[in-house]
Design a protein around this ligand. Structure first.
Ligand code: HEM
Length: 523
């Protein structure tokens, strides 16, 4: 009997000890709050959360940019959230966005560690995920001087003119057959081909299915990135858990990227099809092959760089084109004013070209207003390397800052009638005012992010969007199937898309096709 009592007591003791250890682990993992006030400032205020998961449900809601915008209007423009035991700070106002870029730009020029190290996409070779340092600076310099800076864009203008003309001809064909246009699919073709040609000197071939592969890789990576990007912001063990959950899917995508890009790269090196090299690819290969190069990179760095550019530049421009055409068709007055501007500046016989854009301020204002109201990237994240003071609050080091781009650009404190589509608001702004004011305005208008880690493709995006939308307004009248344009939103991957994209029907405006200024133009 005594032995049984001792055994029972031992079991009970072991059970209680295990329970205590388990509770302690749970507390450490799930409930431990970020440390309290530091250096006389408090952490940003928090809001009620769910046990264990914290505020994860808010980030995973159907339209997180909207639900978090609502919460920020109630609780403040800088609030603390928690995902399991991981603290996160949410930025939702134009003034806080301005302050973080003005005061802490270098400190917040990090995106967290890559979710899956050995993947070409979202891995440690990626430019997008590389820490702010020598590698990033070297690649950014190449990117600007050889591909995306204004002089490089001027040199590659004919590549995009060719693609624009091709798109115009395909729309004429659809108009003739009274067919509908899948706006995202068609503009993805244009942006994908343009970016590919600008990087490797040729677009992916339609004949052998290469082009379709490249487009579907870009779309799939966007759908997948949402799932894995959260992992880059979490601490172990959740980071590891998320990575292992999606590892198989990511690695499968990575090896398909690898297959496609290795083939393109080999062909480029052997110059099999006699194409001309590009400045960017020549410089990348030199940094890879030349022992005495200024900075050495690996073959995987090159492939990952190309994958990053296709991923970052394709869907964003396609979704924005679709939103723009939907807003224009929904607002006939805006369409009429646009057409008047284009007909006056460009005329009715030749096709619009990129060099016309500086003389078309209303067209530029329409595109800017679309990006303000429907930014394709409704969030971006940064991770401060040192603790920093933002306003009256303190954000500890390594605490991810998530910027709600959508909320910042509809901040009622800064934007008049933030939910109204009013392109005129951009007509007076950009050129007038003092330098400080211009800088402040730029840091509060953030569809392309901000600071040194802001989007390097901004200029390219504006010329593609301006010329494509300009061409569609100049060359066609537009009908849609159904009686109205529905602007309801949906989130696909990380991109803000239309929940019910209209079926666009083009009707050619002129009997004779518009003439393109291409050197070898034939219709
Ligand atoms: C409408 C079109 C586009 C939009 C709205 C857009 C938006 C963005 C945003 C919000 C970011 C994150 C910025 C930040 O963290 O501050 C970004 C980064 C980036 N974008 Fe874009 N983008 C567009 C087009 C392009 C194009 C055409 C390219 C190039 C072909 C491009 C290449 C990149 C790259 C490489 C980064 C990462 C920059 C870095 O980490 O340093 N984007 N973009």
């Amino acid at each position: 009997m005594a032995t049984m009592i001792i055994l029972d007591f031992q079991c009970c003791f072991i059970f209680i000890s295990l329970c205590s250890i388990f509770s302690f682990l749970c507390y450490k993992l799930f409930f431990k709050k970020p440390s309290g006030s530091i250096r006389g400032c408090d952490l940003p205020p928090s809001l009620p959360s769910l046990p264990i998961i914290g505020h994860l449900h808010l980030l995973l809601s159907t339209l997180p940019h909207k639900s978090l915008q609502k919460l920020s209007l109630k609780y403040g423009s800088l609030i603390s959230l928690r995902i399991f035991n991981n603290p996160i700070v949410l930025v939702s106002s134009a003034s806080v966005a301005y302050e973080i870029f003005r005061t802490h730009d270098v400190n917040i020029s990090f995106r967290g560690s890559p979710p899956i190290d050995d993947s070409l996409f979202v891995g440690s070779w990626s430019f997008i995920f590389s820490p702010y340092g020598d590698h990033w600076k070297f690649m950014k310099k190449l990117m600007v001087t050889k591909l995306l800076g204004s002089q490089a864009l001027e040199r590659s203008r004919f590549v995009r003119a060719d693609e624009l003309h091709r798109f115009y001809v395909s729309l004429l064909d659809k108009a003739g057959k009274k067919e509908t246009v899948d706006m995202v699919k068609e503009t993805m073709k244009l942006s994908n081909n343009s970016i590919c040609k600008m990087i490797v000197g040729r677009s992916c071939s339609e004949e052998n299915g290469e082009a379709e592969k490249a487009r579907s890789l870009a779309s799939e990576s966007i759908a997948l990135v949402n799932k894995v990007v959260l992992g880059s912001l979490l601490r172990p063990p959740f980071k590891k858990l998320l990575s292992s959950l999606f590892r198989k899917e990511v690695m499968a995508l990575s090896s398909r990227f690898d297959e496609l890009l290795e083939r393109i790269l080999k062909e480029y090196e052997e110059k099999l099809d006699g194409h001309q090299g590009t400045e960017l690819m020549d410089a990348l290969l030199e940094a890879y092959q030349d022992e005495n190069a200024e900075y050495k990179i690996t073959r995987n760095h090159i492939k990952s760089f190309v994958a990053d550019l296709l991923f970052a530049g394709t869907d964003t421009t396609a979704q924005t084109t679709q939103w723009t055409m939907a807003e224009i068709i929904k607002n006939p007055d805006i369409l009429e004013r646009l057409r008047e501007e284009i007909d006056t500046v460009v005329g009715k016989t030749r096709l619009i070209q990129e060099t016309d854009l500086p003389k078309l301020p209303y067209l530029q204002a329409v595109v800017k207003e679309v990006l303000r109201m429907h930014p394709p990237g409704s969030f971006f994240a940064r991770v401060p390397q040192e603790g920093c003071r933002i306003g009256e609050f303190y954000v500890p080091e390594e605490t991810p800052l998530i910027v709600n781009v959508y909320a910042v650009m509809r901040d009622p404190e800064y934007w008049e009638d933030p939910d109204e589509f009013k392109p005129e608001r951009f007509l007076t702004s950009s050129k007038s005012g003092k330098e400080d004011e211009k800088r402040e305005k730029a840091l509060k208008y953030i569809p392309f992010g901000g600071g040194r880690r802001g989007c390097p493709g901004e200029n390219l995006a504006y010329v593609i969007l301006g010329s494509v939308v300009g061409m569609m307004v100049q060359g066609f009248d537009w009908r849609i199937k159904g009686d109205r344009v529905d602007l309801e939103e949906s989130i696909k991957g990380l991109t803000l898309t239309m929940a019910h994209p209209p079926k666009f029907i083009p009707v050619a405006r002129t009997v004779n096709p518009l003439i393109s200024n291409l050197p070898n133009h034939k219709l």
